[in-house]
Design a protein around this ligand. Structure first.
Ligand code: SF4
Ligand code: SF4
Ligand code: SF4
Length: 580
């Protein structure tokens, strides 16, 4: 432990702690702009400048480790002026477009400008005329709003290992850009949106498609059917100032009906369906000598990464579509049939925590298995929250409502799809039944829970040992993919049977379409919200869902049947190969 003083307050912290972290421990605020707790401090902006007492040496709190006897002053008139000047200089290269900016109201630069009472711009304006890159189906890069904090580049390189973004040029002409000045859609970008949720300003954002939903609702010839992903129900609460981790399922159903949506379904049902198909596929691969390990395929960011960086492993991907795409396919087939609705009139919308999902609905022809686009539109949690606000919905005050049958009922296993380890846990609960014929007594599979980068375990299914691994954050996927690939090339036995991959740290609860400001504490609280919901569910295993039993008996026949294959499964493509 190290002893120091912050503004005269004695503090004892662990060695290696930074001044910024130590100040936080005693409730002292130090302003930051480029710093993000997920990332290695970049120390580019200078806002966290502090003084070492006695010698007045200026230090950057985010990147300076504490040492015994250190005494730090975090605020005085001189530090205030230095920070104000940094903000004024930053604003001199930033367009004054707050009123029309997507981050209006939640921009870190805007908040700091307000806090420091910036009322004029003493420095000559030097705003670049760079144009926005709209080539991606998911993400817009608007470099003329970029304040060059470096967070997006760090997250893409450190957390995701994708290296799609970089700073190009030198000095004043430095710009944030896809590496090698490519268009974003031609770069290795997997559309996870982590750059968006880490950007402090409006320089990277999701393609806003709220107008499309408004138009569909206003069209009397369309039946608007909306599904919502597991993690949206916990993320949306923060958009309406409810405590982090609050699960707002019933409120979401109610809010959707209030804005004019015709039928409300739940992607959790699609998640239960995914478990039936993916679990059966796993058992088939294990018992018939199929390609192992089987990789999960519900995360389009991960699937895009696998196709681009590990094309040699695409046979390991489960052929099961994601819960969103399964739900879309059965909305325009099974639901259309039982409700006697012309599928041509159904406008199928998915509320997702994810920007990559905007790409997934168009990734190939198997996404039109109903004969139409299975999902017409994807809106992120942030987009649907904006739409609710624009419609004057008092979200927090809404009474709970139920979703619509017959493809809305779900189990706790479907709910935990929203967090890292959840797909694996849900799969184990059902695979146990498929392999042994018995029910798993304790459904809490604690070995795969948590935020450790890679978690490994072995599940004993009455003598059949199933070796599993859970990976989140694409930079961590490299380690496991390299291990699997090396075994494959050497002709060695597969080192695992089943691996869950999620592109985003923490899983979809912290996806690129979720509320801003995520850190590990928030991830843990959102995850706890979903597990709590799981524990309180009537059914906690996908195969126990009465509506799942009914869709198989009435329509799909059995998991992996011909009909299930044509509606619920897909294939993969070798994309351009990228090396690290
Ligand atoms: S969306 Fe993901 S992969 Fe693409 S640039 Fe952003 S962080 Fe990188
Ligand atoms: S785009 Fe955003 S996150 Fe990236 S460097 Fe610019 S301001 Fe920072
Ligand atoms: S982890 Fe979830 S939110 Fe992130 S890219 Fe994958 S599906 Fe999207």
């Amino acid at each position: 432990m190290v002893n120091l003083k912050i503004n005269g307050i004695p503090v004892q912290v662990a060695e290696g702690t930074t001044v910024l972290q130590a100040a936080k421990e005693v409730g002292v605020y130090i302003p930051t702009l480029c710093y993000h707790p997920d990332l290695t401090p970049f120390a580019s902006c200078g806002m966290c400048v502090c003084k070492q007492e006695n010698n007045n040496k200026m230090i950057r709190a985010c990147s300076t480790p504490v040492h015994e006897g250190l005494s730090v002053i975090t605020d005085d008139p001189e530090l205030f002026e230095v920070r104000k000047a940094i903000l004024e200089m930053t604003l001199s290269t930033h367009p004054n477009s707050c009123l029309t900016c997507i981050r209006n109201g939640n921009c870190e630069l805007q908040t700091l400008a307000a806090k420091f009472g910036i009322r004029e711009q003493p420095f000559e304006s030097r705003v670049s005329k760079l144009r926005a890159d709209t080539s991606s189906p998911s993400i817009v890069l608007d470099p003329h709003k970029c304040i060059k904090c470096g967070r997006c580049i760090q997250v893409c390189q450190e957390l995701q290992g994708v290296f799609a973004l970089d700073f190009i040029g030198r000095g004043d002409s430095t710009v944030m850009s896809p590496a090698a000045s490519l268009k974003l859609n031609d770069s290795p970008c997997v559309k996870c949106g982590q750059c968006i949720v880490h950007c402090p300003v409006g320089a990277i954002y999701e393609k806003d498609e709220t107008a499309e939903l408004r138009a569909a609702i206003a069209d009397p010839n369309k039946v608007v059917a909306v599904q919502m992903a597991p993690s949206v129900r916990v993320g949306i609460s923060e958009e309406f100032d409810l405590p982090v981790g609050t699960v707002s399922t019933g409120r979401l159903y109610a809010a959707l009906r209030k804005i004019g949506v015709d039928v409300v379904f739940d992607t959790n049902f699609g998640a239960d369906l995914t478990i039936m198909e993916e679990g059966s596929e796993l058992v088939k691969r294990i018992t018939t000598g199929g390609v192992l390990p089987q990789f999960t395929s519900c995360c389009p960011g991960w699937v895009d990464y696998c196709e681009k960086f590990y094309p040699e492993l695409i046979d390991n991907l489960s052929s099961a579509k994601s819960p969103m795409m399964m739900q879309g396919a059965i909305t325009k087939t099974y639901y259309a049939e039982v409700s006697k609705t012309d599928p041509a009139t159904i406008y199928s919308v998915a509320l997702m925590p994810c920007t990559a999902k905007k790409y997934e609905i168009k990734r190939d022809d198997s996404m039109k298995s109903s004969g139409y686009d299975d999902v017409d539109l994807v809106l992120t949690t942030r987009e649907i929250a904006r739409l609710f606000r624009a419609n004057g919905i008092d979200f927090a005050a809404l009474p709970d409502e139920e979703c619509d049958c017959p493809i809305g009922e779900y189990t706790g296993a479907g709910t935990i799809f929203g967090n890292t380890g959840g797909v694996m846990e849900a799969a184990v609960r059902t695979a146990y039944k498929l392999v042994t014929g018995d029910e798993l007594e304790d459904v809490n599979v604690n070995a795969v829970r948590g935020l450790e980068n890679v978690r490994k375990g072995e599940v004993d299914m009455n003598g059949t040992k199933v070796r599993v691994a859970v990976v989140h954050g694409l930079a961590n996927a490299k380690e496991i993919c390299d291990e699997v690939l090396a075994a494959k090339k050497a002709g060695d036995p597969a080192p695992y049977d089943f691996i869950e991959f999620m592109a985003c740290r923490g899983g979809c609860i912290a996806g690129g379409g979720q509320p801003y400001g995520t850190d590990d504490q928030i991830r843990k609280e959102r995850i706890a919200g979903l597990y709590n919901d799981d524990e309180n569910s009537t059914f906690r295993k996908s195969h126990d869902n009465p509506s799942i039993k009914k869709i198989y008996s009435d329509y799909l026949d059995a998991p992996l049947s011909h009909k299930a294959h044509s509606l619920l499964h897909t294939s993969y493509t070798v994309r351009k190969k990228y090396n690290f």
